[in-house]
Design a protein around this ligand. Structure first.
Ligand code: NAD
Length: 360
């Protein structure tokens, strides 16, 4: 049975981790979840307000680099599944200060792997005890594959790693360590490589929440370079569903790409969000269909805040995900349309001013 498991979720107070906890506790209410999160600037316990008092979710503030602490949590709660989100995640910060990225993303993942191996593989089982089922799921990014030209085929799981930023290099290193712990020691690992997520509880330094919250403050909307960088966008709950499927049906030792089939130029995303902010959810439901031609031609109030700034150093031009393997093997496809996901997201920020204002 899939119920009554004990999971350790690292980074559960971050954007995707918190959304994952909401998703998981609703879908598997009998599971027990231990959240390990250092509460860096990006971690926010308030994102978990709605679930923390359920009694099935236990929050521990601590660092994944602390192997003793991780070992203690694994054995104290007899953890069978680790879902590893904790990371430094902002590319710009990795350019100005890579140390924390090396520390958390590489050494932190290594610390978890060592503790998991010690707990799940190195302890002798007592006579007659059933073999421990275990899984280490590592949450990674499409950025490890590097950058694409406008007509290049999308990344598959066979695409060679070619990370270009300290962030993506640190994630690539962690992916390799996870892989090695499977091939060398037999740890049951899976890795998912996902495209850009959007949705509630996203820290306001990231593109979509930055645009929404800056418009609300009438502050400039910074757009890097020519704004024509292309990203694939996936609603965060669809990422959680993808991880759920990898955990239940994925083969150990494998990587699974998760994407939204939803490529947008950054400038078009900015214009789109501006258009939605101008409408403030009146009854125009055709905005996204008409986009971008109709909207970029219009000069709405919000779009007048757009300010082009010098491009990010080493800025990747395009990411695109080919998720054929995940679709065929696991039956995965995203469920939220972009139209509805982006509207929900804008609405969430309009309604949850008390979540994001204190973070500015
Ligand atoms: P986030 O920055 O919002 O959250 C990261 C969380 O990890 C925070 O709660 C933070 O407090 C915690 N953390 C950081 N260092 C820690 C440490 N040393 N020990 C314990 N906890 C620590 O990040 P996110 O956007 O939610 O991303 C989660 C994971 O998903 C990351 O591994 C990221 O690489 C990956 N990912 C993100 C995206 C995206 O679009 N955001 C896309 C693909 C993959």
């Amino acid at each position: 049975s899939m119920s009554n498991r004990s999971l350790l979720v690292t980074g559960g107070a971050g954007f995707i981790g918190a959304n994952f906890i909401h998703y998981w506790s609703k879908k598997y209410p009998n599971d027990f979840i231990v959240i390990l999160d250092a509460l860096t600037y990006a971690g926010n316990k308030r994102s978990l307000d709605a679930v923390l008092d359920s009694g099935r979710i236990h929050f521990v503030q601590g660092d994944i680099c602390n192997e003793g602490l991780v070992a203690d949590l694994l054995s104290r709660h007899n953890i069978c599944t680790i879902v590893h989100f904790a990371a430094e995640s902002h590319v710009d910060r990795s350019i100005t200060g890579p140390d924390a990225f090396i520390e958390t993303n590489i050494l932190g993942t290594y610390s978890l792997l060592k503790a998991a191996k010690a707990f799940w593989l190195d302890q002798p089982l007592s006579q007659g005890a059933p073999e421990r089922q275990h899984r280490f799921h590592h949450v990674s990014t499409d950025e490890v594959y590097g950058t694409l030209g406008p007509t290049d085929p999308a990344f598959t799981e066979q695409t060679a790693y070619a990370p270009n930023s300290p962030y993506s290099a640190s994630k690539a290193a962690s992916d390799h360590l996870v892989r090695a712990y499977h091939h060398t020691y037999g740890l049951n690992v899976t890795t998912s490589n996902c495209s850009n997520n959007y949705g509630p509880y996203h820290f306001p330094e990231k593109l979509i929440p930055l645009i929404i919250t800056n418009v609300l403050q009438e502050k400039p909307l910074p757009v890097y370079g020519d704004g024509k960088q292309v990203r694939d966008w996936l609603y965060v709950e669809d990422h959680a569903r993808g991880i759920d499927l990898v955990l239940s049906k994925g083969r150990v030792g494998e990587n699974y790409n998760i994407g939204g089939h939803n490529e947008w130029q950054n400038i078009d995303i900015v214009q789109l969000v501006c258009g939605l902010m101008d409408q403030k959810f009146t009854d125009d439901t055709t905005l996204i269909e008409r986009f971008p031609q109709a909207v970029s031609a219009a000069n709405g109030t919000s779009a007048s805040l757009i300010t082009y700034v010098e491009d990010r150093a080493g800025h990747d031009r395009r990411y695109a995900i080919d998720a054929t393997k995940t679709k065929l093997e696991l039956g995965y496809s995203p469920q939220e349309s972009f139209e509805s996901g982006i509207r929900k997201t804008v609405a969430w920020y309009l309604e949850n001013d008390n979540w994001w204002r204190p973070l500015l």
